[in-house]
Design a protein around this ligand. Structure first.
Ligand SMILES: *[C@@H]1O[C@H](CO)[C@@H](O)[C@H](O)[C@H]1NC(C)=O
Ligand SMILES: *[C@@H]1O[C@H](CO)[C@@H](O)[C@H](O)[C@H]1NC(C)=O
Ligand SMILES: *[C@@H]1O[C@H](CO)[C@@H](O)[C@H](O)[C@H]1NC(C)=O
Ligand SMILES: *[C@@H]1O[C@H](CO)[C@@H](O)[C@H](O)[C@H]1NC(C)=O
Ligand SMILES: *[C@@H]1O[C@H](CO)[C@@H](O)[C@H](O)[C@H]1NC(C)=O
Ligand SMILES: *[C@@H]1O[C@H](CO)[C@@H](O)[C@H](O)[C@H]1NC(C)=O
Ligand SMILES: [Cu+2]
Length: 262
């Protein structure tokens, strides 16, 4: 049994969300749709940089690898996470390529098979592929499913994902996980682990500013997470009514809370 709280939240822009109703329900995870993450620490960035050598050596018969990295940091409002994704030197054929956050770190030998499956705390599973316009129905880790496949070389994308988290107590936390870049047939070309970067701040775009390290764990969560229902409207998101794990009070975006325990 857990507390269930109905919240109405608005974005910093003050835009109210409308409930979107689908006539026939799209695929939903065994644990429901993904929830908008809030209270994400924004003082820590994470970066995952691809290695010099591809895991799939057949993709690079002359040696080498895709170049690039994923950089991620929560916004100052703590809602969701901003990703900046840059790839180049992709295989000349075989695209469009996909990439996902995977649930297990890559071991030191670079074995991308050992990165496990996708980060999927709501147990939605891989198939059928997610509908990018219904991002809350997608796997949290399915970044290319939600935000677009890699369709150019170089590829450079910045987007705000509402479901990933930089809070280590959130099941959608990815800061100690990995990502894998694939061919469409799911063959794993290359992969890398996220590591904590000395933090940037305020609307980070990949230009990190160095700050003293050693504060990475100073992210106290005041209370255990409880799942609540939130109508949230974050910038650019087609989000409607969604359950959210609230980790503490005081989110600037939350205006009204009507609580009821179960
Ligand atoms: C999941 O989200 C979709 C799209 O908004 C909605 O149609 C569906 O009812 C939701 N499922 C649950 C269990 O909330
Ligand atoms: C996957 O696709 C790539 C690119 O088309 C191809 O080279 C590779 O042989 C395929 N792997 C499998 C197992 O089908
Ligand atoms: C890579 O990881 C997979 C899955 O854990 C394992 O089956 C395989 O033996 C590993 N290969 C190497 C070379 O470590
Ligand atoms: C990526 O896009 C940003 C914003 O559009 C631009 O400022 C930056 O120069 C681009 N970087 C690369 C490597 O193309
Ligand atoms: C990642 O960190 C979370 C929170 O500390 C922890 O629960 C989880 O087990 C970690 N995952 C891995 C693969 O280390
Ligand atoms: C990134 O942000 C910093 C600080 O806000 C700014 O100085 C820099 O020009 C930005 N870089 C790009 C590529 O937008
Ligand atoms: Cu993947």
């Amino acid at each position: 049994m857990r507390a269930s709280v109905l919240l109405s939240a608005v974005s910093a822009a003050g835009v109210l969300a409308q409930d979107a109703v689908a006539a026939t329900g799209p695929l939903t995870g065994a644990r429901g749709n993904a929830t908008v993450t809030i209270n994400n620490p924004s003082d820590v960035a994470y970066v995952a940089t691809l290695p010099e050598t591809a895991f799939d050596t057949a993709a690079f018969p002359e040696g080498g690898n895709v170049k690039g990295r994923i950089w991620a940091q929560a916004r100052p409002d703590g809602i969701g996470v901003t990703f900046n994704v840059k790839f180049s030197n992709l295989p000349k054929t075989g695209g469009p390529f996909t990439y996902h956050i995977h649930a297990v770190p890559v071991p030191a030998n670079g074995n991308c098979t050992a990165a496990g499956g996708h980060l999927d705390p709501f147990q939605r599973n891989d198939d059928p592929p997610c509908e990018s316009e219904l991002k809350q129905t997608c796997q949290v880790g399915d970044l290319s499913g939600k935000h677009g496949k890699i369709t150019s070389d170089p590829f450079n994308a910045t987007y705000h994902d509402l479901f990933a988290s930089t809070d280590p107590t959130n099941p959608a936390f990815f800061g100690n996980l990995s990502f894998v870049l694939h061919y469409p047939n799911k063959t794993r070309i290359t992969c890398a682990n996220f590591v904590q970067e000395a933090a940037a701040h305020k609307g980070g775009n990949g230009t990190a500013k160095t700050t003293p390290t050693g504060t990475g764990s100073a992210v106290p969560s005041k209370t255990p997470a409880s799942f609540v229902t939130v109508s949230a409207a974050a910038a650019g998101a087609g989000i409607a009514s969604t359950r959210v794990a609230v980790l503490g009070a005081g989110a600037a975006a939350v205006l009204v809370a009507i609580a009821m325990a179960l």
